[in-house]
Design a protein around this ligand. Structure first.
Ligand code: EPZ
Length: 417
């Protein structure tokens, strides 16, 4: 287990280049299974979760090769496996997208039920309901989802909740179903749009991604392609909060500004100075952080993946802030770790009451999940004294070269294995 030693307080100053989006890359890598032949993906972050996903594809018979540090080549053979076992799936929630891909490509899939995780039970009822409407037979036996289909046909599917994963799984499966599928109350996240664009570059016929009604006209074959992944809006937001919490100033490069709108709006409310430029987004920390209320919602609402980073920022605000987590049932645990640094956070159900304090003090804390781990790094940068962030692997899952990027911004951080 490795950990990060951070000496605070530090001002983050300079510029940082954002890597490819983890949650777009994971979905696109799975969708590449649908196209026989070679697919080359650019701007793919070589992070833990992506490496696990490519390992899973390798066990299914796909040849995986990194011709460049963020270029990935996948050579998909005619015959591929259909079993993703528990050891693989428990390490990576997004492997549940294999269900839609294997059903479309092979007509059969056996995926271990993904375990729950720190932020909630992560059920798959919406995935299963949608795939069943496409004509798949799905049963859950001994912790495995067993799925098969003799014939997949289009359907009109309404999602009770705009689930990102369910939208992606159903969209992937429907690309090769006979006839048209209309998916209503679909997720509108940029990563869903990126997946749809990727599938269309393989020959799929998907319209409406990014709105709440996605139409998919099934096709018989999809082909390998070349595609570049969008930048990671959550990594960008994490560094933007880094500038705000340390009172520094950062030019965040390689971003798509429209994807950052909810984050920009909220950070401006806290008093941060934000300028949108051609080369990226410039963020300077405020003289003092204003307390604000945050409600997480599906896109284009404030992203749940930025909630922890906001809790860290607001723990140093003047006044009391309310954070309401509307997407996951158990994603406010960061409060426990922040309190070890002197923060005043009270959690009541899905709401955290954050009473701002003058300063945080360095402490030894544990990264519980990817985003709360990143938030603890931000808190450690602002805190006075030495902080030790344990379980760094959790952060390596989603952030490419985090400590190198922070060091280039003037932070005093070092990894200890
Ligand atoms: C994706 O997870 C992201 N992961 C998450 O990012 C992100 O937080 C989430 O979308 C919301 O934006 C990937 O893309 C790999 P959901 P996903 O299905 O698809 C409930 C990160 O840190 N639900 O939109 O699992 C579910 O329990 C990760 O990068 C059902 O009830 O999210 C949750 O409460 C964390 N039934 C809510 O919907 C279902 O069948 C949102 O889940 C599916 C989901």
């Amino acid at each position: 287990m490795s950990k990060l030693i951070i000496k605070g307080p530090a001002r983050l100053e300079g510029k940082v280049k954002i890597s490819g989006a983890k949650n777009a890359a994971l979905a696109v890598i799975v969708a590449a299974l649908l196209g026989e032949g070679e697919t080359v993906l650019e701007n793919v972050p070589q992070i833990g979760d992506v490496l696990i996903m490519t390992e899973i594809l390798d066990t299914l018979g796909v040849k995986v090769h990194w011709p460049g540090s963020d270029t990935l080549r996948l050579t998909v053979p005619e015959g591929i496996g259909h079993l993703a076992d528990y050891n693989m799936v428990k390490r990576l929630r997004a492997s549940n997208l294999l269900l839609g891909a294997l059903l479309a490509r092979k007509g059969i899939a056996e995926i271990s039920l993904p375990g729950g995780c720190q932020i909630g039970s992560r059920p798959m009822d919406l995935h299963i309901k949608g795939l069943t409407q496409l004509g798949c037979r799905i049963s859950i036996e001994h912790g495995f989802i067993k799925a098969s289909r003799s014939h997949m046909h289009g359907a009109r599917i309404y999602l009770d909740f705009p689930s990102v994963g369910a939208t992606e799984n159903i969209m992937i499966a429907a690309t090769m179903a006979e006839g048209q599928t209309v998916l209503e109350n679909a997720a509108k996240e940029p990563e869903v749009v990126d997946l749809a664009s990727f599938l269309n570059s393989m020959g799929a016929r998907i319209r409406g991604a990014g709105t709440d009604v996605i139409k998919i006209d099934g096709v018989k074959h999809l082909y390998g392609t070349r595609y570049s992944i969008i930048p990671d809006r959550i990594e960008a937001g994490t560094f933007m909060v880094g500038a705000a919490i340390t009172g520094g100033s950062i030019m965040v490069e390689n971003v798509i500004l429209t994807h950052l709108k909810p984050i920009i709006a909220k950070l401006k409310e806290t008093g941060a100075y934000i300028e949108e430029t051609d080369s990226g987004i410039f963020v300077a920390g405020p003289e003092f952080i204003r307390s604000v209320d945050v409600k997480t919602l599906p896109y284009p609402g404030f992203p749940t993946d930025m909630q922890s980073q906001m809790m860290a920022l607001l723990s140093l605000a003047r006044g009391t802030s309310l954070i309401t987590e509307n997407v996951f049932e158990n994603r406010l645990q960061l409060g426990i770790e922040l309190k070890r640094m002197g923060a005043k956070v009270k959690v009541e159900g899905r709401t955290a009451i954050v009473q701002g304090v003058e300063k945080l003090c360095g402490a030894s804390v544990k990264a519980l999940d990817l985003r709360s781990g990143a938030a603890l790094v931000l808190a450690g940068l602002a805190a006075v004294g030495i902080s030790e962030i344990q379980q760094l692997e959790v952060i390596d899952r989603g952030y490419r070269h985090m400590e190198a990027k922070l060091r280039s911004l003037g932070a005093d951080v070092r990894r200890v294995n």
